[in-house]
Design a protein around this ligand. Structure first.
Ligand SMILES: [Mg+2]
Length: 170
């Protein structure tokens, strides 16, 4: 939030992002300043119960100006989400709370754009499950939980950048 003007709150793995977003979306509906609120959450973060309280309340108030994008990379700080505390079928859970759910390839910008556009016309809170691969495009980062918190060193950074640039050129 200190680097991008559109980011109102930077939260972390404690499950505060969605509750904050629900509060902002509700404030918009109650006030005269109508806006859409977008929350980006990690999948591991959904293990925090505050998310489910917020999801329940958002559906109860039919917050149609709220979009939750879940980065479903199946990994969290300590390893695979399904081994640490299984999230199971996130889509079925969100639907049962009353949300509209759309699952996309999180690396496909066109799929994301279509879902975001649909969300603007949907009369319910909208959940986009974006299936992703952590570290995609960098051979020594892909699918590895350690890159949840690691920073590339002076040797790794140019390697990573060269792999990404090679894909852009292809
Ligand atoms: Mg994750």
């Amino acid at each position: 939030m200190t680097k991008l003007a559109v980011v109102e709150a930077s939260t972390g793995p404690l499950g505060h992002g969605l509750p904050v977003g629900v509060g902002m979306a509700l404030g918009s509906v109650l006030g005269s300043n109508r806006f859409n609120c977008y929350v980006l959450a990690g999948d591991g973060e959904l293990q925090e119960g505050s998310n489910w309280e917020a999801a329940m309340f958002a559906a109860h108030r039919r917050l149609d100006n709220l979009v939750l994008i879940i980065d479903r990379n199946q990994l969290q700080h300590g390893g695979p989400t399904e081994e640490i505390c299984s999230l199971g079928d996130i889509g079925a859970k969100m639907k049962s709370f009353g949300w509209f759910v759309k699952e996309v390839d999180g690396h496909d910008h066109q799929e994301l754009r279509i879902a975001m556009s649909h969300a603007e016309r949907c009369a319910r809170p909208y959940c986009i499950i974006a299936n992703t691969i952590k570290g995609k495009g960098v051979s020594f980062m892909e699918g590895r939980a350690e890159w949840h918190h690691r920073i590339p060193d002076t040797h790794e950074l140019p390697l990573a950048l060269s792999e990404i640039e090679a894909q852009q050129d292809a």
